[in-house]
Design a protein around this ligand. Structure first.
Ligand code: NAD
Length: 261
């Protein structure tokens, strides 16, 4: 596999992100972990939820020593909407309100059409689509009071490529792009921007479970750029979209896929 020239480790700094309250779902691993770190290194006050407690606490501990504000972690199973509402209300009591919501958590378990029951349908939609709406609904009053905000939803390239064995995940991910456009329309007058980031195949620990080295080579050969996408590459776009530099960007999908066709 060809390697791209290693970029400088110095990252853009967005002054408008400093001290902002950023809520990230699924921040304990993979892209979410990179998001927590990237926003914390901008001087933002990061709040994140997950169901993997030990890695999440380790992340808090690692970043506490290195960032202006230690990220705050709470266990919250996003399939439980009452728990989502309670957790956001608790965060808002402490912070005064969420400025930026990054709806990142999802689960890409594989499934065959024959094995899908109505219960499994509901559970997959609950983990991959439903909480994005209810988290957005819960943060809106405070964003309105603050005069604006940013919501970033994580979509997926999977349905754009029609990958195999992911019918429900792709159904949810397609829904996220519709949700983004609809929310952006309704919330634009409140200066709340809503966008979707569409990652290609990102080299996270979980993805390494699905792909052999040969499978990874296949992905790279179908990409225009000949290297693996890293979680940080996705976080870099999220920082821009969350910042005031993106003040006129809303209602769209932004790909970080290395040109995968
Ligand atoms: N990695 C990729 O290649 C890729 C490609 C396309 C899209 N995406 C999207 O990017 C986002 C992050 O993906 P990732 O690869 O980092 O995934 P990941 O599985 O590595 O991490 C997801 C995180 O969400 C958490 N989570 C899962 N279910 C939860 C629940 N019910 N309640 C609370 N937290 C829960 C997990 O514990 C985990 O920490 C997802 O929306 C995913 O669909 C990823």
């Amino acid at each position: 596999m060809l390697k791209l020239k290693t970029p400088t480790t110095a990252r853009a700094v967005y002054p408008s992100l400093e001290d902002k309250h950023v809520l990230i779902t699924g921040g304990g691993a993979g892209i979410g972990e990179a998001l927590v770190e990237a926003f914390a290194r901008q001087g933002a006050r990061v709040l994140f939820v997950d169901i993997v407690d030990d890695p999440s606490r380790d992340l808090v501990e690692r970043l506490s020593a290195e960032t202006a504000h230690a990220p705050l972690y709470r266990h919250c199973d996003l399939r439980d909407i009452d728990a989502v509402r309670r957790t956001i209300a608790e965060f808002e009591q402490q912070s005064g309100g969420i400025d930026i919501l990054v709806n990142n958590a999802a689960n890409d378990d594989r499934h065959s059409i024959e094995d899908i029951t109505p219960e499994y349908w509901d559970e997959r939609i609950a983990v991959n689509l439903r909480h994005l709406f209810f988290a957005a609904q819960a943060v809106l009053p405070a964003m309105r009071r603050a005069g604006g905000g940013a919501i970033i939803n994580l979509g997926s390239i999977s349905w754009h490529l029609a990958l195999a064995d992911l019918v429900l995940y792709q159904t949810a991910k397609a829904g996220i792009e519709g949700l983004t456009r609809a929310l952006a329309r309704d919330l634009g007058p409140d200066n709340i921007r809503v966008n979707t980031i569409v990652p290609g195949n990102v080299q996270t620990p979980r993805q390494m479970r699905w792909y052999t080295p040969e499978g990874e080579d296949e992905i790279v050969s179908a990409q225009c750029l000949k290297a693996r996408i890293q979680p940080d590459d996705v976080a870099a776009l999220a920082l821009f979209l969350a910042s005031d530099d993106a003040r006129m960007c809303t209602g769209h999908e932004y790909f970080v896929d290395a040109g995968w066709r």
